[in-house]
Design a protein around this ligand. Structure first.
Ligand code: FCB
Length: 449
């Protein structure tokens, strides 16, 4: 018997999240596919291949999502399938997506559809991708087409996934296609992302006036490295540049990055109905004489590798979810979705505790009466983790996938999440069974019997 249950609000959305390229398989027409074919880009030179085979059969995993008692799922559509050549629409691809979103609905699962999750049609990449200002109208045209086609089943739209992550990985660090390292390019990309988002917002609203439109913003937790009195300004700069600048541009209609002039973008102001937060972990901001290209500032994982779940990944710090939600609420005053939250953990040793502690942070925020509408765990199934490929150390699924055989195996955290979704909350009894190590922290005063 549960001795205590922490409940969420009625109608709360409990979901999982995926993205097209990471699960569909054979997305051969985008820039990532081309990038994967070149040695040195992906863990063990892997390619996404058939991934989780969703293009052929997403439905079996949708059944699992229903068995998990989720009532929402965040997925993305692959631009290069829908528009394989500029201005040419592939109706069979659109039909397949219609089948997917209606299939989710039939299972009682509300789809949230992301229009851009990192990948670009090859033809767009060849035209300069996100550096080319034409991307603004091209993306809005694509968004309109998708909304006209899927709008019967979808009203929750996410324009861009993690714009600043894309800008830094692809144009700053050169780790993702097109592999550039240029601050100027990065800034151009961010301006185009803001404009493209706002243009898509307009286009979607025209096609579907009651659409609810937002985007998924990656937010990290940032603390100063030690000694804090030296590194505090660096931590603040990291937080501003990575977490805040993009959101402030949407709120105020002006983009300001440290060390460069303010760019006025009045047209992007107010182009959000809600904000999504993708939260994973904490990094440490520090001054670093070896980082001249980033104004001698960098953000690194904790020095003790025991505190992060995978190499290079930030520190496991569930409280950061609450801190970032507070920032979003105070800064934007909009409804909030947690559009991603998760942990790389093949053995599922840390995920149950991480899930419960993250939900405790979320529950606190819900009980401050901040308008939090839903939570999407990353991810339903293991999938292609970008540069990390299928490295088992970067397995994020509530359900494990054997990529040789396509077999699925439920992890304990998947069973736990099923109980949470069914209960619209979590109980001390769940903590006792799945993660007794955090029971005392989550439910003070209720030690195990
Ligand atoms: C996020 C991405 C998502 C996935 C998770 C682990 O930054 O949006 O595609 O790779 O990290």
């Amino acid at each position: 018997m549960a001795r205590a249950t922490l409940k969420f609000t009625p109608g709360f959305l409990w979901g999982t999240a995926t993205s097209a390229h990471q699960v569909e398989g054979n997305n051969t027409l985008n820039d990532w596919w081309a990038w994967e074919q070149q040695p040195g880009h992906i863990y063990k030179n892997q390619s996404s291949g058939i991934a989780c085979n969703w293009w052929e059969n997403a439905e079996e995993d949708f059944d699992r999502a229903a068995e998990m008692n989720t009532n929402a799922h965040r997925l993305s559509v692959e631009w290069s399938r829908i528009e394989p050549e500029p201005g040419k629409w592939d109706d069979s691809a659109l039909d397949r997506y219609r089948q997917m979103v209606s299939g989710l609905r039939e299972r009682g699962i509300e789809p949230m559809v992301t229009l851009h999750h990192f990948t670009n049609p090859m033809w767009l990449a060849e035209q300069g991708g996100w550096e080319n200002p034409d991307v603004v109208t091209l993306f809005a045209r694509f968004a309109r087409k998708v909304v006209e086609t899927l709008g019967e089943h979808v009203s929750l739209w996410c324009t861009l996934n993690e714009p600043i992550v894309l800008a830094t990985q692809s144009y700053g660090f050169g780790r993702w296609p097109p592999g550039k390292r240029s601050r100027k390019a990065m800034r151009r990309v961010v301006v185009n992302q803001l404009r493209a988002h706002a243009a898509a917002y307009e286009a979607i609203k025209e096609a579907q006036p009651d659409a609810r439109i937002g985007l998924a913003k990656n937010m990290i937790a940032v603390s100063p490295a030690r000694p804090a009195w030296i590194h505090r300004p660096a931590a603040r700069a990291v937080r501003y540049t990575f977490n805040e600048a993009f959101l402030l541009a949407l709120r105020d209609g002006a983009l300001k990055f440290p060390g460069s002039r303010t760019i006025q973008l009045p047209e992007v102001k107010g182009s959000l109905d809600w904000i999504g937060v993708n939260y994973y972990s904490r990094y440490f901001g520090r001054f670093d004489l070896l980082s001249p290209s980033s104004f001698f500032i960098n953000a690194s994982p904790p020095s003790d590798p025991e505190r992060s779940p995978a190499p290079g990944w930030g520190e496991t710090y569930p409280r950061g979810l609450f801190e970032n939600i507070r920032y979003l609420w105070e800064t934007l005053g909009l409804p909030i979705y947690v559009t991603e939250n998760g942990i790389p953990d093949h053995e599922d040793k840390k995920r149950p505790a991480f899930l419960l502690e993250s939900l405790k942070a979320l529950w606190d925020a819900v009980n401050y009466s901040w308008p939090i509408r839903g939570y999407f765990f990353w991810s339903l199934v293991d999938n292609f983790e970008w540069s990390e490929g299928y490295d088992p150390r970067f397995s994020f699924g509530l359900i494990e996938v054997d990529f040789e055989t396509q077999e699925r195996r439920w992890r304990p955290s998947g069973r736990l999440y099923a109980e949470i979704c069914a209960a619209n909350g979590f109980s001390s009894d769940m903590a006792e069974r799945y993660a007794p190590e955090v029971l005392g922290r989550l439910f003070p005063g209720s030690p195990p019997e």
